[in-house]
Design a protein around this ligand. Structure first.
Ligand code: PEP
Ligand code: MG
Length: 552
């Protein structure tokens, strides 16, 4: 036997790749706390020059990369030039410290504050660490820390990737990404998904992989296999070939082998993604996350501003279904104008529809903007509410949408109470859409952003599947459509299970459409139901996955 090892982490997407490891160049050594020989004034000038240069470099990289990478890098450049950070650095320089130490120490303090906040902000700490290291490297006259170039294709292994690195990866060289840190919502994960890079994050032990070690990176299984043998490599080769075939297959509508239609829709967070979604065969939009448009807004957006964005989205899908979700604020997606910062457990607080009903004027403005955008375009507009937990909330949301002249209103099933009472909710609404990310978080009592409980955050868990089955059965009984728009729909085999449990449409990141389309086409409805029952009968998530694989 070889020294084979299997490391596990959180797979992003369903890609598979293999090749030799190349590790990220180490960050510059931490500066020592020494007194400055130059004096505060000259140190101040050095810091100002270094920060300006780093911000300019990040902005230039962003412009070269375009797309959402540009947004991310612009945000990072703004972090570098943040006035409160500058103040904290200046205070240390005035106390006689060196520029290097002042930057390192002041940025470190801000990082710790972000980490304590946790969630989305906590994951931004890595971005700040990257800025700090870039500034220190610049002060020392060293090149910016970054991605290695071993001269051949490689599997990039890093502690965590900064947006600046991820954005500029040469996709002809980087076969896959493996990071020690990072959860499913880290920038590495977000950008890997968007660029369809095979990635596994949160892999403890990956930091010990020596350069040049051959590894198989299997995102679907969330595994890294080191020193694979011939048979394993041949199997990997076969899966890569199958996947390439699926990616190149014609963009037919989603359907099972017996012709049962399962429309495949896109999850989008901005109208900018619409064109690519259409090119990848999206038959409409199953989840438009409107809160992503206003994450940095201090004030509630105006009707006109919203109408413009919604109209741009709807115009890209004439005659097609577009499901727009009302603002989902709170927990990992705080919106300053909708969320309370006082809650100790924001995931269990006034988020989603609860926040909207507490600020009804904001919901009314959004529904007005949607109705106007809908009237001005040819798309079939559906509107749904996030985080619905009761029949009363369902009735309230439906009444408000009708009042605004919106024809089709639905509820997201993301809380166990809604799944368990789906048969009583559905008569009061036009459709349901299951958000498996939150439904898993709330069923398993496992924070979806927390790496340490990521193993529990598994939508294959039979407890989650049983709740989905409840909703599917209620959909059939009431004749109402039941979609799935959480990440679970992007896992090809789980997508088959979801259909077997009664899902009538699936919505996912556009990069996953081809794999899901191919897998659905391999099973009839009867087979999908049998596969779903096999998974449902399991006792653990791992057994459910295994049972489904065996049944398929
Ligand atoms: C979900 O919870 O599954 C979902 C689709 O909503 P979001 O990920 O935006 O919370
Ligand atoms: Mg959700």
């Amino acid at each position: 036997m070889t020294d084979q090892a299997v490391l596990t982490g959180i797979g992003i997407g369903t890609g598979l790749a293999y090749g030799p490891v190349a590790r990220m160049a180490p960050a510059p050594a931490a500066p020592a706390d020494e007194p400055s020989e130059l004096g505060a004034e000259r140190e101040n000038a050095r810091v100002a020059e270094a920060i300006k240069a780093v911000a300019a470099d990040l902005t230039a990289r962003g412009e070269a990369a375009g797309g959402s990478a540009q947004e991310v890098l612009k945000a990072q450049a703004m972090m570098a030039e943040d006035p409160s950070l500058a103040k904290a650095v200046a205070a240390r320089l005035d106390a006689g410290k060196t520029a290097e130490w002042a930057v390192h120490d002041a940025f470190g303090e801000f990082m710790r504050q972000l980490q304590q906040l946790g969630g989305y902000l906590g994951e931004r700490a890595a971005d700040l660490a990257d800025v700090s290291q870039r500034v220190v490297a610049h002060l020392r006259g060293l090149p910016a820390p970054g991605v290695p170039d071993p001269g051949h294709p490689f599997v990039l292994v890093a502690d965590d990737l900064a947006p600046a690195d991820t954005a500029l990866l040469d996709l002809d060289k980087v076969l896959a990404l493996v990071t020690v840190e990072g959860g499913p919502t880290s920038h590495t994960a977000i950008l890997a998904r968007e660029k369809s890079i095979t990635a596994v994050v949160g892999v403890a032990g990956a930091g010990d992989l020596p350069d040049g070690t051959t590894v198989i990176v299997d995102a679907a299984a969330g595994q890294i296999v080191t020193e694979p043998d011939e048979a394993q490599l041949a199997q990997a080769e076969e899966r890569i070939r199958e996947r390439a075939e699926a990616q190149a297959a014609p963009l037919t509508p989603g359907a099972l082998a017996d012709g049962t239609e399962v429309p495949l829709l896109a999850n989008l967070g901005s109208p900018d993604g619409a064109e690519e979604a259409v090119a990848l065969g999206a038959e409409g939009v199953g989840l438009f996350r409107t809160e992503f448009l206003f994450l940095s807004a201090e004030q509630a957006p105006s009707v006109a501003e919203q109408r413009e964005a919604y109209q741009r989205l709807l115009a890209a899908f004439p005659g097609k279904k577009v499901v727009v979700r009302a603002l989902d604020a709170g927990a990992d997606k705080p919106l300053p104008f909708l969320s309370s910062s006082e809650e100790e457990n924001p995931a269990l607080g006034r988020r989603g529809l609860r926040a909207l009903l507490a600020h009804e004027e904001i919901l009314r403005d959004q529904l007005t903007a949607l109705a106007e955008a809908g009237a001005a375009t040819e798309a079939e507009l559906w509107v749904m509410a996030p985080m619905v937990s009761t029949v009363e909330e369902t009735q309230q949301f439906t009444a408000l949408t009708r009042e605004h002249g919106l024809r089709t209103a639905g509820v997201m099933v993301e809380v166990p109470s809604s799944a368990l009472l789906a048969d009583r909710l559905l008569p009061h609404t036009d459709f349901a859409s299951i958000g498996t990310n939150d439904l898993t978080q709330y069923t398993m009592a496992a924070d979806r952003l927390l790496g340490s409980v990521a193993a529990l955050q598994d939508p294959w868990h039979p407890a989650v599947l049983r709740l989905i089955a409840e909703v599917g059965a209620a959909g059939r009984a009431t004749g109402k459509p039941v979609g799935v728009c959480g990440e679970a729909a992007a896992d090809p085999l789980l997508a088959v299970v979801l259909v077997g449990l009664g899902a009538t449409t699936l919505s996912m990141t556009p990069a996953a459409l081809a794999d899901v389309r191919a897998e659905l086409s391999r099973h009839t409805r009867q087979q999908a139901e049998a596969i779903a029952q096999a998974a449902l009968a399991a006792a653990t998530a791992a057994e459910a996955r295994e049972a489904a694989r065996a049944a398929a």
